[in-house]
Design a protein around this ligand. Sequence first.
Ligand code: BJW
Ligand code: ZN
Length: 243
Amino acid sequence: VGNIVQAELEMVKALLSGDRRVVVLTGAGVSAESGVPTFRGRDGLWKHYRAEDLARPDAFAAHPELVWEFYNWRRRLVADCRPNPAHRALAAMERQIRNFLLITQNVDGLHVRAGSRKMVEMHGSLWQVRCTVCTHAREDFSELPELPDCPVCGHLLRPGVVWFGEPLTPGVLKLAIEQIGKADVFLSVGTSNMVQPAASFYQLAKDHGAVTVEINAEPTPNTGFMDFALHGPAGEILPELAA
Ligand code: BJW
Ligand code: ZN
């Protein structure tokens, strides 16, 4: 690391002392070093489909078997992945900082497996399934059939994730807005900041006067609005901050 980067790292590290209120937003970049593909990588995510083509209610309505094939593939893929130093550093940070909240856009469950608990999965989880008709919902790590059906009413199950055009789970947005509105430090890690509402969270933090920090492999549309921007692998930068 160069001297300027090192100096910036030290300044950000100093912000993360135990009595500060810290909110961290994460995205697919924190799981990249675990081998989980990101959404907006060069080759598309799966069989040349883009997330925008599959992660939407109308795609599921038209081709449920295709969408379930996509999710079953990702469930298998993620089951073989392990949390990386970025996940572990965030779990350590939560133990060091009393007022801490991790808001993840990731559905892979790797933050939980790394030990994070003060955390919300704002786009749901690959390991949640729920009925398209009744209220049945469950956590399920088993191998699912191609078109799983509801044990209660027999209708089709769907992945327990938030698709484009769908609202977040009730309460999640409210919690995020409340906590970010009180934050002293806001970290955005491993997200392209292309998807709303997460991409606008930094604004709530800034309105409150929080210090904003971006950690990402490359600049994002939000970079210019950040107080600090550290560009590099999350699995190298976060362990330095949590050390
Ligand atoms: C590394 C790295 C390393 C790599 N280290 N870094 C306002 C304006 C315009 C549009 C909208 C708007 N409000 C809402 C919308 C529509 C839409 C939206 O945002 N569209 C945009 C595309 C423009 N938003 C929605 O529809 C949301 N719903 C909503 O707003 O509802 C309102 C409503 C209210 C009432 C009734 C009805 C509706 C929902 C959005 C849900 C997003 N869902 C997905 C799929 C989840 C399920 C699944 O996984 O299959 O969530 S889409 C996908 O993108 C997934 C991700 O969580 C999300 C964000 O992606 P992320 O994490 O940023 O990944 P990447 O790949 O984009 O970026 C990774 C970054 O990491 C890159 O920059 C790399 O460089 C970097 N990186 N390796 C550090 N080692
Ligand atoms: Zn049902």
